[in-house]
Design a binder for this molecule. Sequence first.
Ligand SMILES: [Zn+2]
Length: 82
Amino acid sequence: MSRLILLILLFLLLYTILRYLMKKMLIQRKTLSEPEELVQDPHCQTYIPKRTAVRKKIAGSVLYFCNQECLKNYLKRDNSDR
Ligand SMILES: [Zn+2]
């Protein structure tokens, strides 16, 4: 009976390790196929990955912000300047 539990535990352990390795390989392949491109937030000057940035087309050119708050603040500042 205890041997069966041991076998199940061993199987679970193997399964977990396999899943972990598969995940790691998938992440590696993903980063290899699309390199992380950094863009600068015009409001707080921070560099952020283009993939996660908040995109906004302003005056014909696309700007990237780190979050919605920066976008809002940038628009506010831009309007008050004029
Ligand atoms: Zn920002």
